[in-house]
Design a protein around this ligand. Structure first.
Ligand code: SF4
Length: 499
């Protein structure tokens, strides 16, 4: 048994053991809330396999932006700021035993003075968090609860609420969150579970919700394990819920799934709801494609003919800042020959149209329309639904006529939709990066994604405000966006070549 255990976990530094007396810090706790395995890997994983992702830097910059919007009239640093009754206290480091003798450490970025009683007088403090994204999540809730319990120990009085700051368009909004006993109970239970996970020498399973993995620095490591072990979560179309259902009916891995009969699976899955039955054929084919590493043809789409016959194409890709709903870059490539010809990627002409501020849209719209009018008969190919939605909305905002909008609508061809409708490919998902990689396209810059491009953009904008033009960032964004366009083109070419 020990032998089997060692073999399975050979690539983890198991010589190291979690020391029971070691404190748990809030950073580790947040990792655990995101994914149990992530916290375990932070302790035992091989750090060389950890990839840098732009998300933590984006989160930090976002936090700085949000905190700047709080009143700065009276502030200080550390516990001394609380003792002096400042309105804002930055950078408070606390450590108290919250579960038995176990010390929990918290690095709290900001506390705000509020009503109540504390050891310092007739005022108290509450924790403040900045959140990215649309929703208030379990991670935010438990992080606030943890900060609340630590502050309670410091000021010797209850913390009744915390604050969450977030951006809504360009405005900072503040939301008050009540901290209650249920939250504290969930927090304490979670801390015990985290401690238990860290005591185990086996990593917790790979999360079934693989969407979480896209922003995780352990992604590469976990992907390799999931592929090797044939996890069901590797199959496109199987999310956390469907994985549980498949396991309930005795299908544990991709191999099992690829060998099951369609009608038998359909019948079993339909008991959980017709939507599960309907997808049975698709997930079997998908698993077959992945197991055999072969593309499976599903059907032919007539819309492919419009690309096949066209004398040329526009390829279109947008980069956006989702927090303020700003499409800051509209990138185009114009291919002035039929796609069936040989394409020299180096010779394609790329035009990046920047939209510096949201209020300069009218100029941008004119430039885009001028560009697309040069070859009115060229289809506009793109990957996913974002591009047409954004461009058509922009046109409507700029007063384009209904005829103009309809004409533009007819020219869009979504390559993502086509590939999904026509083929089952041996890939884990049908995102641009994954399919382009499969057809053999490589991005010029390593370890880049939309988050990295967004970080470059925000850094560039900041440097522009400070009059220190940081043009290298802008060039990197253009290069990344150009590669996204080229990747879309190469997928379209693969579709046509395999018609
Ligand atoms: S890559 Fe996914 S499974 Fe692995 S630690 Fe990160 S979130 Fe968890």
């Amino acid at each position: 048994m020990e032998k089997l255990f060692s073999k399975r976990n050979a690539h983890y530094s198991l010589g190291m053991k979690w020391n029971k007396s070691q404190p748990i810090n809030d950073h580790l706790f947040r990792s655990w809330v995101r994914c149990r395995r992530k916290a375990w890997l932070e302790i035992y994983g091989d750090k060389q396999k950890k990839l840098w992702t732009a998300h933590s830097t984006l989160q930090l910059n976002h936090q700085i932006d949000c905190f700047h919007n709080l009143s700065q009239k009276s502030y200080g640093i550390g516990i001394q700021a609380c003792e002096e009754g400042k309105n804002i206290a930055y950078g408070i480091r606390l450590k108290y035993p919250l579960i038995g003798n176990k010390i929990i450490k918290g690095n709290l970025p900001l506390l705000r003075k509020t009503s109540g009683e504390s050891i310092w007088g007739d005022f108290s403090y509450q924790p403040v968090l900045a959140r990215q994204g649309k929703n208030f999540t379990r991670e935010h809730k438990l992080t606030l609860a943890l900060a609340g319990l630590l502050i309670k120990r410091l000021q010797k009085s209850e913390v009744l609420s915390g604050l969450i700051l977030h951006k809504d368009n360009d405005k900072i909004k503040m939301e008050k969150i009540k901290l209650n006993d249920n939250m504290n109970k969930e927090l304490i239970d979670s801390l015990f579970s985290l401690e238990k996970d860290l005591e185990s020498r086996t990593p917790p399973p790979i999360t079934s919700n693989r969407k979480k993995c896209t922003i995780c620095s352990w992604k590469k490591d976990c992907d390799a394990v999931a592929i090797k072990e044939g996890h069901l979560s590797e199959v496109s179309g199987i999310g956390a819920k469907r994985e549980i259902l498949l396991k309930q009916i005795g299908i544990d891995n991709i191999k099992d799934l690829s060998s099951v009969k369609h009608y038998s699976l359909k019948e079993k899955l339909e008991k959980f709801g017709s939507q599960h039955g309907k997808i049975s054929k698709q997930i079997i084919l998908q698993s077959k494609s992945q197991i055999t590493n072969k593309a499976i043809r599903l059907k032919s789409e007539t819309v492919i003919n419009s690309i096949k016959k066209a004398k040329g194409l526009y390829i279109y890709d947008i980069e956006s800042d989702p927090d303020i709903k700003h499409d800051f870059l509209h990138g185009f490539i114009r291919l002035s020959k039929n796609i069936q010809n040989e394409i020299d990627l180096q010779k394609t002409s790329y035009s990046p149209l920047l939209n510096l501020e949201k209020d300069t849209e009218s100029f941008l719209w004119k430039r885009i329309i001028r560009k697309l009018k040069v070859n009115k008969d060229f289809p506009i190919i793109h990957y996913g639904e974002t591009e047409p939605i954004s461009l058509l909305k922009l046109g409507i905002r700029q007063g384009a006529s209904s005829v103009e909008i309809e004409d533009l609508k007819k020219r869009f061809v979504d390559i993502h939709l086509l590939i999904r409708d026509c083929w089952c490919l041996p890939v884990r998902n049908y995102g641009l990066k994954s399919i382009a990689d499969w057809v053999g396209f490589k991005w010029g810059q390593g370890n880049v994604d939309g988050a990295r491009a967004l970080l470059w953009w925000r850094q560039w904008k900041q440097s522009r405000r400070l009059n220190k033009m940081y043009s290298r960032n802008l060039n990197s964004i253009f290069e990344y966006n150009r590669d996204d366009c080229l990747a879309t083109l190469m997928i379209a070419k693969w579709l046509i070549d395999h018609e």
